[in-house]
Design a protein around this ligand. Structure first.
Ligand SMILES: N[C@@H](CCC(=O)N[C@@H](CS)C(=O)NCC(=O)O)C(=O)O
Length: 201
């Protein structure tokens, strides 16, 4: 079934997860380059915090990159980029997405705020140190999981890897992968994919 899809995105931002998912699924879509719209009222119509990504699918709005990617896969079951709801594999998808966003990405995001996004007077160095410790605990769990399998669910590439791969690549770009060789080789496998949308720098 064809869908009318409009993605509000910005380069390598989290919207890259959605672009990559759409391309893996072979879905047609229009991407609005929304970097300059962030924080403004026009984008707020599609995202309550006026952030990217936001998407409009057949006239219905959705935000949060992991929810968007998961939904796109659910409406394209023939592409087998996600397991069906109620299966063990789907539970593992939910597990790793929750884990990656709460135990890893949240700390990276807070670090980005305390090292750059916030004005100097709001930045707290001690928060960055604690965040980094907590991030490393999460990264160690993922690194250990990837010592036994090339991809996170069922040994095959899936949308779970698109979502977690973005987080791991952000960690690499912030210099946090030194002690986690399995995360680095995981990224190598992701970068080798034709539609990989991760920032290579
Ligand atoms: N949890 C959200 C995060 C969205 C988000 O923070 N997007 C960033 C770009 S990667 C953004 O628009 N930031 C602008 C801001 O925070 O003002 C998701 O995964 O979609």
């Amino acid at each position: 079934m064809n869908h009318e899809i409009r993605l509000y995105g910005a380069g390598f931002a989290r919207s890259a997860r959605c672009r990559w998912t759409l391309q893996e699924l072979g879905m047609d879509f229009e991407e609005i380059s929304a970097a300059k719209m962030i924080g403004g009222d026009e984008l707020r119509e599609f995202h309550p915090q006026s952030k990217v990504p936001a998407i409009v699918i057949d006239g219905e709005r959705l935000f949060e990159s992991s929810a968007i990617c998961t939904y796109l896969c659910d409406i394209s079951p023939d592409q087998r980029l996600i397991a069906a709801s109620g299966t063990r594999e789907r539970a593992l998808h939910d597990q790793w997405v929750s884990f990656g966003l709460s135990e890893m990405e949240g700390y990276l995001w807070s670090n980005a705020k305390h090292t750059g996004f916030y004005p100097e007077e709001k930045r707290v160095t001690a928060v960055v140190e604690r965040n980094t410790e907590e991030f490393r605990k999460g990264a160690a769990v993922l690194d250990n999981a990837l010592s036994e399998t090339p991809f996170l669910v069922g040994g095959n590439f899936s949308v779970t890897d698109i979502i977690l791969g973005w987080t791991v690549n952000w960690a690499r770009r912030m210099g946090h992968l030194g002690d986690f060789p399995n995360l680095q080789s995981y990224l190598d496998r992701l970068f080798a994919r034709e539609h990989c949308a991760l920032n290579p720098e």
